[in-house]
Design a protein around this ligand. Sequence first.
Ligand code: SF4
Length: 244
Amino acid sequence: MNRLTALTAPPLFLRPHLYGVRRQALGEILSAHGLPSYRAAQLFTWVYRKHRRDPAEMTDLPQTLRRELDQICDVALPKVASVQSTRDGNTHKFVLALADGARVECVSMRTPRRLTFCLSSQVGCALKCSFCATGLMGLERNLTPQEIVAQVLHMGDFHGWSDDRFNLVFMGMGEPLANYRHVVDAIHILHDPARLEPRRAADHGLDQRARATDPRARRARSAARARGVAPRHHRRASRSSWCR
Ligand code: SF4
């Protein structure tokens, strides 16, 4: 550890979590350790686009940062305690063991058109819906952003990241609106532009601009509005950029 990091490193239990902070906040954390904030974008790209989480593999980071990243941030993820699969192999239920011993479930569902990850937002739930086993537990606690992000990372790993496009739904344990701040943080982290291929990100912007100015697209939009139907790309724009 260099002298600057040694002086400014927080106690281990106070380290921010690598998977629980937005890119800008991670940049500020790195800056506070005397490192350039753009390293945050590189870290996001490694984790969320290249799906590598071992700092030793992040070859465009300086050796010192690769060695010391776990001194700056907590990089531990909850472990997968079990996976149960349906006979047709399209649905998998994952149980994650959290650091405090709590367990939460998340489910991946594959249909011919898409892969959907169903996420939990709380341990237990305060709403006590009569038909729901989670409701019987009562609320134990909210999940942190990193515990929500971890569900996606584990399910993506399981499916080999064969397709980066999938839907996220918060229909697992807990009421997401009761843990609004952490759920929104997790969504921002998972949607960060640094996880997009630069070419795809640029193409997406070009595509949007082209659609906005193309007379045929304008006519199609007018016709759709006249029929009371939202144009297709408007419907898609309201959905996640990970969703198709
Ligand atoms: S997890 Fe959902 S269904 Fe179950 S008690 Fe909470 S809100 Fe109701």
